[in-house]
Design a protein around this ligand. Structure first.
Ligand SMILES: Nc1nc2c(c(=O)[nH]1)N[C@H]1C(S)=C(S)[C@@H](COP(=O)(O)OP(=O)(O)OC[C@H]3O[C@@H](n4cnc5c(=O)[nH]c(N)nc54)[C@H](O)[C@@H]3O)O[C@H]1N2
Ligand SMILES: Nc1nc2c(c(=O)[nH]1)N[C@H]1C(S)=C(S)[C@@H](COP(=O)(O)OP(=O)(O)OC[C@H]3O[C@@H](n4cnc5c(=O)[nH]c(N)nc54)[C@H](O)[C@@H]3O)O[C@H]1N2
Ligand code: SF4
Ligand SMILES: [Mo]
Length: 751
């Protein structure tokens, strides 16, 4: 069936995936756009999210006129409504087209020469007068790998400044630390393919229906094909994902550690543990030292369902049922996202999710795996794998580790001692440093922190004080307003480079047209900046392909080895999963088992798994206690505010809220109440209210929906006129430093 996009949105509210399959039933594989005939089709990847959908782009000269899902990619032709409207984004007439410099509070057009020399002189001044800790780079999981790699190398090895961080800190940091602590290496052991083999899906803190629609559709197809498939959803809100669950646990926000530990305790009590797997492949730890299985079991006794169910807001029976289903199913796959990562106990939650799989042996088999879903298109490849966070170096190395620093200094051909031994400032600390006037000058690229950081008013003070260079595609973003120098960036198919998504899959985006106006790719901006800063000997490559080849060869020295993934291969194949140590290697679907080049020599019929990230080859099960967060409801602040996303909008809305169909589908930003809470607070749809949290007050409009649950108010963050982050708390996980956007106690009053 062919429909215009407008009709499609009218019929569906934009809430279903566009594709061949189960959910939508529309049989749509492409949406028709009247932009003239397609002259050539090109394989690419969607610009937006970490699902990493393969798309086919129909070009008419330099115009993108059609987008459709790539049948040969992992998403099998399915894409969501955002991806299907990439052409609208690419033809937006309001792009930033020239550099601008702020003079007397107003932006005036400038040449690249003027803008770049002002930027260079400000960075040199800060470096000379205040040292490497006074500068910073705040990047993004939406930059290309070559761009993040270059910025990271330039700052850490060129300027000896570890103040390199970015929005993946707000998103994937807890998952990355979780995997690293458990397995010794970041990035998931499994892959999307596991969806086709799983019998039980355990989705916790993920609204995959709205945020990873093609993956959700693949889960639905699996369920249709096999009647034993059960879907468990744990979420304080009755999301569209939860609506389709066989078992839905509406836990209260912020308490999941009680649930996960309780599930472990049930498994221990009912002898559902996989003793053989544990004996061969697992060790136990209390966070400080190794412990025995017996000691671990003793720790779990405090979490018996009867002890925790009330606090979770569910029944002991429900916990037992879910634990039993998880352990006994033929293959259990966990999927989680921000409801778990963006939490003050984000790392512990990630550890414990991994543990559930390890103690039941639900891992390293088709369909049995803990798969953390990635948020942004390139948070994995671009930021986690390149080590573009304040505490990391490329391919799993740590700033604080002397051997790792020396390895990178050799690979980057800089003198020993060049990389500073102390981790730099993580996202919140970077902007806090600006507030305190310690971070003087920073480059912000491909992210909009003035809207996306929690406790937003506070960090904006810092943006006001520091000298900010902002590379953007639009001039009207909240962060661009704080820029002293604004640089026009090339977007998507105006440049070339690689994205790496959830399942360790690298895919290329080819350049299909020139940038608008005078815009330059973030890569070109960084290479030019490096030269002007006297770092031409460090950043020697001139093209993304040359950069890729340098980085690809560097990866050889690590367990991330993707040296076999060349641009040539990426152009021909539909993405390749690392490890991939040679050009004739097919890539690795599942890690730590036969077929993974690093496990191969250790595994045999009797010993099928080898966790090579750990010296003893054993993954670690941590005994992690629950700790109540500071942001809990009380008489004074009786409601939970939780924040997140809707299907038709991307983050801060700069790209999607200007597209009329998508704007219409989402509507303006608002506070969404369950009918019962609306009644209790005497508010109705359309009322204006004031919301107050520990961080401040804001006003907003009320909406009412059965998708919310009593006690929980939802707000999305796409609308710049509804800055929900004004009231969201910036409490964060003490290890990952990822902020807790999901749990803020509030009170409301009608205005
Ligand atoms: N449409 C759309 N898709 C996107 C994005 C987008 O902006 N728009 N962004 C991408 C990015 S970067 C990301 S990070 C992902 C995010 O993808 P998701 O994490 O799936 O989306 P969120 O809406 O942030 O939150 C997920 C769920 O966590 C639940 N939650 C809140 N508090 C708790 C809690 O205490 N416990 C539990 N168990 N759950 C809780 C919320 O109710 C919500 O349903 O989406 C990616 N995909
Ligand atoms: N309340 C609340 N806040 C949240 C979250 C939440 O759940 N709740 N989630 C957090 C999470 S998980 C994330 S990932 C962050 C995302 O937060 P941000 O990264 O701040 O949000 P985006 O809207 O993705 O910002 C990307 C910016 O880059 C610009 N841009 C697009 N393409 C390019 C390009 O090629 N080059 C350059 N230079 N610029 C480009 C866009 O116009 C946009 O302004 O938000 C975080 N904030
Ligand atoms: S699910 Fe994500 S990657 Fe796929 S089309 Fe939608 S936004 Fe793009
Ligand atoms: Mo994210």
């Amino acid at each position: 069936m062919n429909l215009s996009r407008r009709d499609f949105l009218k019929l569906t509210g934009g809430t279903v995936a566009v594709g061949g399959a189960a959910l939508s039933g529309w049989g749509l594989t492409e949406l028709i756009v009247d932009e003239g005939p397609v002259k050539s089709w090109h394989k690419s990847v969607c610009r937006y999210c970490g699902t990493g959908c393969g798309v086919m782009l129909g070009m008419n000269k330099d115009k993108l006129v059609r987008v459709r899902g790539d049948q040969e990619a992992h998403n099998k032709g399915v894409i969501c409504i955002k991806g299907s409207m990439l052409d609208s984004l690419m033809k937006d007439p309001n792009r930033l087209k020239t550099p601008k410099i702020k003079k007397d509070g107003k932006f005036v057009e400038a040449s690249w020469e003027e803008a770049m020399s002002l930027m260079t002189s400000k960075f040199k001044e800060a470096l000379n007068d205040h040292g490497p800790e006074s500068i910073g780079f705040y990047g993004s999981g939406q930059l290309l790998i070559e761009e993040s790699y270059t910025a990271n190398k330039l700052f850490k090895a060129g300027f000896s400044s570890n103040n390199v961080d970015g929005n993946p800190r707000l998103c994937m940091a807890s998952a990355a630390v979780g995997y690293t602590q458990t397995f010794g290496k970041d990035e998931p052991p499994g892959a999307y393919e596991d969806i086709d083999h799983a019998e039980t899906f355990f989705l916790i803190g993920s609204n995959a229906y709205e945020c990873h629609p093609p993956l959700w559709e693949r889960i639905m197809l699996r369920k249709k094909a096999n009647k034993n498939v059960k879907i468990i959803v744990v979420d304080p809100r009755k999301t569209k994902t939860a609506e389709h669950a066989d078992i839905f646990l509406p836990v209260l926000p912020g308490k999941d550690m009680l649930l996960l530990n309780s599930m472990c305790s049930v498994m221990s009590e009912l002898e559902l543990l996989d003793d053989d797997f544990i004996a061969k492949h697992v060790s136990f730890n209390d966070g400080n030292k190794k412990i025995s299985l017996e000691e671990y079991k003793k720790f779990l006794k405090d979490y018996r369902p009867e002890k925790v169910a009330d606090e979770l807001g569910i029944t002991p029976r429900e916990i037992r049922e879910v634990a039993y289903q998880f352990a006994k199913s033929k293959a259990t796959m966990s999927l989680w996202t921000m409801g778990i990562n963006q939490r003050v106990q984000g790392v512990f939650l990630n550890n414990t999710l991994n543990s559930l799989h390890l103690i039941t042996g639900q891992i390293c088999r088709p369909g049995a795996t803990p798969l953390s879903l990635t948020g942004q298109s390139n948070a994995c490849g671009g930021v986690r794998d390149t080590g573009s966070l304040a505490h990391l170096l490329p391919n799993g190395r740590l700033v604080a580790n002397g051997t790792h620093r020396q390895e990178m200094e050799k690979l980057w051909k800089v003198p020993e001692g060049t990389i500073a031994p102390k981790p730099g400032r993580h996202a919140l600390a970077m902007f806090d440093g600006m507030v305190k006037d310690v971070v003087k000058t920073a480059l912000i690229m491909c992210t909009n922190p003035a809207q996306s950081l929690p406790n937003n008013r506070y960090y904006r003070e810092g943006m006001e004080k520091a000298f900010l260079v902002v590379a953007e595609i639009f001039e009207d973003t909240e962060t661009a307003k704080f820029a002293d120098v604004l640089l026009p960036a090339a977007l998507y198919i105006e440049k070339e480079g690689v994205y790496g998504q959830t399942e360790r899959r690298y895919q290329i985006i080819e350049k299909l047209r020139d940038p608008v106006g005078e815009a330059r790719s973030d890569f070109d901006i960084l290479v030019d900046f490096a030269n002007r800063m006297g770092q031409g000997n460090l950043i020697t490559y001139k093209t993304p392909n040359e950069c890729w080849d340098e980085y690809r060869n560097i990866s050889k020295a690590s367990k991330y080895d993707f040296s076999g993934i060349t641009y040539d291969r990426l152009k021909k194949e539909r993405g390749i999963q690392w490890p991939c140590p040679s050009e004739d290697h097919p890539g690795t679907v599942r890690r730590y088992i036969k077929g993974d080049p690093f496990a191969d020599k250790h595994v045999n019929a009797n010993h099928k798994v080898h966790f090579y990230g750990k010296p003893d080859g054993r993954a670690v099960v941590f005994a992690r206690p629950y700790k109540a967060g500071v942001e809990d409801v009380s008489e004074d602040k009786p409601l939970f505010l939780t924040t997140g996303r809707v299907i038709s909008q991307w983050h801060t809305g700069t790209m999607t809220y200007r597209i009329s169909e998508l704007k219409h589908s989402a509507g303006p930003g608002r506070f969404v109440f369950h009918p019962q809470d609306a009644g209790l607070n005497n508010v109705k749809k359309g009322d204006k209210i004031e919301v107050e949290s520990s961080r401040g007050k804001m006003q907003g409009i009320v909406d009412i929906s059965d998708h919310e649950t009593p006690g929980v108010v939802f707000g999305a963050f796409y609308d710049a006129k509804f800055l929900v982050n004004n009231v969201v708390s910036d409490d964060h996980d003490p290890i990952s430093k990822e902020p807790d956007y999901k749990v803020t106690a509030i009170k409301v009053k009608k205005v």
